[in-house]
Design a binder for this molecule. Sequence first.
Ligand code: LFR
Length: 463
Amino acid sequence: MQKCNLAVDIGASSGRIIAGYLQHNKLVLDEIHRFENEMEEKNGHLCWDIDGLFQEIKTGLKKSVEQHYQPLTIGIDTWAVDFVLLDQDKNRITDAVAYRDHRTDGVMEEVFQLIDQKDIYHETGIQFQPFNTIYQLFALQKEKPDILAKAQYFLMIPDYLHYLLTGKITNEYTNATTTQLLKATNQTWHQDFLRKLNIPAHIFSEPSHPIQSIGSLTKDVQEEIGFNLEVVLPGTHDTASAVMAVPAQDTIYISSGTWSLMGVEHHEPISTSQAFDYNFTNEGGVHKNIRFLKNIMGLWMIQEVKREWNDQYSFAEFVELAYQASSFTSKVDVNDQRFLSPASMKQAIQHYCQETNQQVPKTAGEFAKCIYDSLVESYHHTAKEIEALTGKTYDSIHIIGGGSKNHYMNEKLAAVSKKTIYTGPGEATAIGNLLAQMMATGQIDSVEQSKRLINQSFAIKKF
Ligand code: LFR
């Protein structure tokens, strides 16, 4: 039996459970279980199948033992901002509504009538995204005030999954920062904002920092899976875990997945008026540092086009088709809000090109090239913003996550940015999750050691 730690990393399109252990100064990864994740229409809203996800986690736990592992700890990370509410008996009283649901359309502007937009930025340091938890809660308050009146506990998605495993209520810190409701100065819930928005303050608990155990499995879960283990808090926000796996420290990173999160690690928040204008965020890092970054629409755009093409082409094939469509040059502003949750991504891109008098993409290759070129252009522009905001010049960009395998984009970015592009590791988020568990259990004792371990264990490519 190989002892291991288990990372559960669930993204907007799939989830995976990965066993990790140290061997000969290397971090070894083994994928135990992989499953689909998608949004589905429920009670008039786009929702996540949260119960289904919990079943998949238990399946993964059982499979780990079948595959001859002895898991010592487990930790869960997912995307940010989404949540559920529990009543006083700890029963769930909301669906897990997805951030791309249209319940927050126009809500941000309503909130600005009650709290000055600049104050929100200044106090929290968090970027404006229409789907931030603050706007989702306000939308819920308007739609179903009775639910909020009954609520006793606020849990973000990984908090809820950790609760199902352990029975313990936590509000993990890195993810809590993405609510846009935590004060940047002292990491407490912003009582004044909550009062102004009529959101009950008692549903939030004091944020818990990652790299600590929150308890063992409930009796029920133990009976169902046949063994016990400790649940350890990683950075439950996937991006916080991913940033831990950036191989170097003084570099720009892009965590490339459904979203492209581009930024730097910083010791303190930058919430100047220029950062406000560029809409950069100061999210909480695992080591209490700041993830100063920008959300770029990311591979979501190609994921949607792929889906509309009935999955006829794989992601690797889209990359090949992009190379072949070399004469097609139309580009879109990837951060235009129309691409956040369109009924048809293909049509949204076509309309954008029409409106801006550019050639309209029709073939799969033209769509792929348009999306990749547009993303690269946005990366290039964002790198300049980062340099302006931090007052530093960076020689390199590290691309981590699944999207780091897109050679077309890596080559293009190297050419336009004139910076060295390093790519990998691809499983950055699961790695960061595992590193936090290994720190909590005394297998790794410093950030430097964890960075060394990443460089020794995974092939990093250079463009
Ligand atoms: C990436 C991510 C981003 C967050 C977005 C929505 O998976 O977590 O960091 O802004 O999803 O939650």
